[in-house]
Design a protein around this ligand. Sequence first.
Ligand code: GDP
Ligand code: MN
Length: 379
Amino acid sequence: MKLLEFEAKAILREYGLRVSPGRVATTPEEAELIAREIGRPVVLKAQIPVAGRGKAGGILFASGPAEAAEMAARLIGSTIKESLVSQLLVEEALEIESEYYLSVTVDRVVKRYAVLASTAGGVDIEQVALVSPERLARYWTDPASGFGEEKAREMLGQFDLSDDIAGELASVLATLFSAAMDKDAELVELNPLVRTASAEFVAADARMIVDDNALFRHEEFAGRSLTREDETSLESEARKQSLAYVDLPGDTGVVGNGAGLVMATVDLVHHFGGSPANFLDIGGGGDVDITRRGLLLVLSKPEVKGVVVNIFGGITRCDLVAQAVVEARREAAVVKPIAVSMMGTNEAEGKRMLDEAGVMNFPTMEEAVQGILKAQAGL
Ligand code: GDP
Ligand code: MN
C-alpha cells in the first residue's frame, strides 16, 4: 500500500523528523487560506501515489496567497502521470542549500533490508546508480543486529562530508530504519532530504510503501480507501469478497478448489497451448455462494473467452459446485463456454445437474482443459 506524501510525512514527524509546516487542501480557497497562515512563499504539491511529480508539473511554487489559489486551481482536477489530482499539500517553501537521497528498502535479491544514501538528492536515484555510483552508499542490514547511527556513520564514510552533516544524515537514516521496521514498510524514502540555507535538515519529500501482507497488524491503516500495490481492479473486488483471485494475462478463466489444483490447471492450460486469464481458488467446502460469486467475477472479465472449472471433491461436494456453476451461468451478463471436470463426493449427482443444464463436463481435467480450448477456438 502506497502512502501519499502527506501521510508518510505525518508518520515521520512522529519519529521526530523535521517537515515544513503545511496542510492538505482540496480547493483553491483552502490553499489560499493555508498560504495566508504560513505567511511566506509556499510550494503546492499534488498528492498522487507516483514519484517524479516535479518534472510532470505536479509541484508548483507561489509567492503568496493569491498566487497559491491560482496554482491550486491549475492543479486540482488535473491529471498528472495518469492520476487525478484531488488533494494538494501546501507547505512553506524551503530555501535549499543541498539535497540528499536517503532510503530504506527491501532488497529482494539479497533478502535483506538495504539502506541507501546519496549526496545527489532530488534526482532519479536509478540514474545516480548508473552514472555516478560513487555518489551512492549502500548497506545491507542484518536482521539480528539491526541498523543504528553507528552503522550509518560507517556507510557515510565513503563520502567527504563534514562531521556535522554526517551526524545529521546518520541520525535520519537510523530513524528511517526504525520507521520501516515498525510499519512493516517495503520502502521509506526521502528524496530529497534538504539542508536549508539556515543549516536545518528537512524532509522535503517522503514516500512510504507498506507491505500489504502486514496490514492485518496495523490498525492505524485500517479502513482506508488506499489501493494496494500492484492490485488490479478485479483483484481488489475479489479481495473485498474474500476470494483468492489473481489476474493473469490470457483468455481462459481457471477455477478450482485448492491452490495446488488451480496451479496444476493453470499449467495444463499452458501445456495444451492456451493462456490462463486468472487463478481462482474457491477453497474447500464448496460453498455455493462463494463459487457462484467467484465464477461470476471470472466471467465478467472482458478478456475471458471461456472458463475451466476443476473440482476434486473431498470435503467439497460436487453437487453444490454444479449448482453454483448452473446459477452463475444463468446470471452472467455474457454467455461464455464453461467446461467442468469434477470427481469425488457426490460426483454423479453433480454431473447429472450439469448435463441437465447443458454445461460441458469431462471425466478428466486434461479433457476439460482441451474441451474449453476447443470451444474457445470455435467462437
Ligand atoms: P517529486 O518530483 O515527486 O519527487 O516531488 P518532490 O517533492 O521531490 O519535489 C521535486 C523537486 O522540487 C525537489 O527535488 C526539490 O528540488 C523541489 N522542491 C520541493 N519542495 C521544495 C521547496 O519547498 N523549495 C524548493 N526550493 N524546492 C522544492
Ligand atoms: Mn521527490
